[in-house]
Design a protein around this ligand. Sequence first.
Ligand code: ZN
Length: 301
Amino acid sequence: MPKEIIIPEPNQSLKFIDVHCHLPFQRPKNDQLPSDKEQYLNFFKMGGQYLITSTIDIQTLNITLDFMKKYNKNFGFTCGWAPQTVTYTPKDKYNAEWKIWMNFIQENSERYLGIGEIGLDFHHARSLEKRTKQVEVLRQIFELTKDLDKSYILHVRNAAEHEFDRAHPKHRFNKRDGVNKEILNILKEYKIEPQRVMWHCFSGPEDYGSILSNQGFILSVPSSAYGFNRWRRVTKSTPLESLVTETDSYYQHPYKRGPINIPSNVRYSIAAIAYSHNVNQKLVSEKTIENAIRFFNLKIE
Ligand SMILES: [Zn+2]
């Protein structure tokens, strides 16, 4: 029987940055989490230096802009059009909101820190038609924004084995790294330098942990890496210089299943990296803060 892995808890005195969460958010039914305001205040009380939230569509953009009227100190957002938005938005609604988004992103580049999350998700898009649509929209986004001099935050999810598109079994999108490869090709085509691109909640495959960092990409480690070996393993060989930390809250709790996470749990990402890289948590905290400041060009007050 394999021994149970015990990873030390995060130190109480750590400083940290959460580069990707969803706060404020549309509350699910029977939501048990503290209010948006409480989560925001708690983050800084616990040692947070900067908090970055990510919008995924027009609804989340609007609630974020509203929240920021009151709470904006050391808080910023990345403006996204998530692949799930592409796949799940009803057609009539989609075209109107896409236009609003395109307009916002071009006219307000001083208001957001980066573009994302954007990307491809072949877990949520299983037919070739839906996958092709996501690719098409991703290209449009790069075409529209490549000269804005903004960083990109990628959501990348390869198809798992049981999610293969059975109607097109030999298609390259079915490969274990089909999405990674497609995205790398598109980035090359639009001449987006890797230094401008962060892979949010990086999930592998494992060999890409060093392939991507060697090319200059930044990889973000979720707080769930603390409790789930699979998440920890994929960045084990990524140098600290290429890592930042996130919660993706309210999704991805450090060690429980379900959407019950909060931004101050990003301390668990630090504990996970310290464990996988066999270095102390303070060093990981310093490095990941430095990397996040550099990547997003943050001004901490
Ligand atoms: Zn997210």
